[in-house]
Design a protein around this ligand. Structure first.
Ligand SMILES: [Zn+2]
Length: 288
């Protein structure tokens, strides 16, 4: 904030004393039946896996009703996740609304919501081995939906050199390879990510976005239940554990593993699948 702030009005203290109201209180919306997911998890069998090389990304498909895990292997590594409706790329993960509905960081029981006009759960987080971390003394948490993704455009604006292996470029290459087109032709589909395993927060004094070394260790995983047919892409961030830097070849960087599981479908008989939005989409009509 500028040091040239205007003088506070006489009633500044009382204006600041207004009580906070949670915008979307927990329980305002029916939550996922985690008991159903827990029973389905007991039956699931791994059917496929995909290794994401360091400073690169890979696309993957998950069918509605399957589970998928993002697994740390070899060393602490942050992953940047994009999700699309496998049949319509215009429906994609909506980081901002997910943040508003849940919190700045997500964990088991939270859902990844899609963009309007759909606004429905694309995936539900079914297990998080880092769920113990909670909020640390710096106010940081794990798996944030506040960062966007490292990208070459910001790096250049900040005076850096062009770098081709930021998460934005990695995700563009992976999606381009999946769709068999040049990365530049599909980069507009790449969107704000779920920062898997990333440890972040806002500084208390200036409210600036900060990162610190991820506590993830090999064997840790974040697991999702696919609510719709998904196309995903995961980038192994060039920042590695994001303890110090990103957008360069400096940080130690490790691969990530994506594992896909098929459960016994009868365990999902009582699951409530996401329904289409009931909004009529007239938006108040044409301007008069
Ligand atoms: Zn990144």
């Amino acid at each position: 904030m500028s040091s040239k702030s205007p003088p506070a009005p006489p009633d500044a203290a009382s204006r600041r004393a207004a009580r906070p109201t949670i915008v979307y209180p927990a329980g305002a919306m029916p939550g996922p039946d985690m008991a159903v997911l827990d029973s389905a998890r007991q039956t699931m069998v791994k059917i496929r896996d995909v290794v994401v090389p360091p400073r690169d990304a890979r696309a993957f498909h998950v069918t509605r009703g399957q589970f998928f895990r993002i697994v740390s292997i070899d060393g602490p590594q942050v992953g940047d996740l994009n999700l699309w409706n496998a049949h319509d790329l215009s429906e994609r993960f909506f980081s901002g609304k997910t943040r508003a509905l849940h919190a700045t960081h997500v964990s088991a029981g939270d859902r990844l919501w899609s963009t309007m006009p759909h606004l429905r759960p694309m995936a539900t987080i079914s297990h998080d081995t880092l769920g113990w971390y909670g909020w640390d003394a710096d106010g940081a948490g794990i798996h944030d939906v506040i960062g966007t993704r490292c990208d070459p455009y910001t790096k250049l604006r900040l005076g850096g050199a062009a770098y081709d292996f930021c998460c934005h470029s990695n995700l563009s290459r992976a999606l381009g390879a999946e769709l068999k087109v040049e990365p530049g032709a599909v980069e507009h589909h790449v969107h704000d990510v779920l920062n898997v395993f990333m440890c972040t927060g806002f500084t208390r004094d200036t409210h600036q976005y900060f990162m610190k070394a991820s506590p993830v260790r090999p064997g840790d995983f974040l697991e999702f239940f696919a609510e719709i047919d998904l196309l995903g892409a995961l980038s192994a961030c060039p920042g590695g554990d994001c303890s110090a830097t990103h957008s360069s070849d400096v940080a130690a960087c490790y691969p990530l593993l994506i594992e896909i599981f098929e459960p016994d479908r009868t365990t999902l008989d009582s699951w409530t699948w996401p329904s289409p939005s009931r909004y009529h989409r007239r938006h108040g009509g044409m301007p008069g």
